[in-house]
Write a protein that binds this ligand. Structure first.
Ligand code: SF4
Ligand code: SF4
Ligand code: SF4
Length: 188
């Protein structure tokens, strides 16, 4: 795909800037967890490289609304026009119509950046952690969408019911002062 230098620079700027914003947002949550770590040293988290997006995270959490949400590694994203995490398998058109979307709750927002790039952002209030977008992005895209336990919601059960139901041993206890396992560009 041909790209001019300005386009590449702009994308890098956009990715780095947005990824920084994402880390900053998670950092706020890390601080929150840090306070709680006086009571407990570890919290549950999903290894995004082991998760197979089976769907159990949406239904096995003890909370009525799962503590698991989709998050986005912007630095890994290809800003694809046709995103396999956003569009269903047979969209009737390549636009934001609800009938074309894979997400059952409309939690993913698609925004035009510049030809041919689009940005995808998650509205966590709408996300139920079903992982459908994660599976689509992992199967056909860069794998930039992934699931994480959000520690502003999780009550840190001694035995996490999702961990018990997880078919891929993706759940781990991690240090409470480093409560997120993020996807990275340089991951092998
Ligand atoms: S497809 Fe599922 S995991 Fe992805 S944003 Fe929508 S509700 Fe969340
Ligand atoms: S530890 Fe409890 S609240 Fe947190 S994700 Fe697991 S089941 Fe849900
Ligand atoms: S239960 Fe395990 S494999 Fe299934 S979506 Fe959750 S973390 Fe991923």
């Amino acid at each position: 795909m041909a790209e001019n230098q300005n386009g590449i620079d702009r994308r890098r700027f956009l990715r780095d800037g947005l990824w920084g914003g994402c880390l900053a947002a998670l950092g706020v949550a890390a601080g929150f967890v840090g306070n709680r770590s006086k009571r407990r040293d570890t919290v549950w988290q999903i290894d995004p490289y082991t998760c197979v997006a089976c769907g159990n995270c949406a239904t096995y959490c003890v909370l009525e609304e799962s503590a698991v949400k989709c998050v986005h590694a912007y630095a890994v994203c290809g800003y694809c026009r046709i995103c396999f995490g956003f569009f269903g398998p047979e969209p009737s058109d390549i636009n934001e119509g609800a009938e074309n979307q894979l997400c059952p709750t409309g939690a993913i927002k698609r925004t035009f950046v510049e030809d041919p790039y689009y940005e995808y952002t998650i509205d966590e209030k709408l996300c139920n952690g079903c992982g459908k977008c994660v599976k689509g992005c992992n199967t056909f895209g860069n794998g930039s969408l992934f699931l994480q336990v959000r520690h502003d919601r999780c009550v840190n059960c001694n035995e996490c019911s999702i961990a018990v139901a997880c078919p891929s041993q993706a759940y781990k206890r991690v240090p409470a002062d480093k409560p997120y396992l993020l996807k990275r560009v340089d991951h092998a």
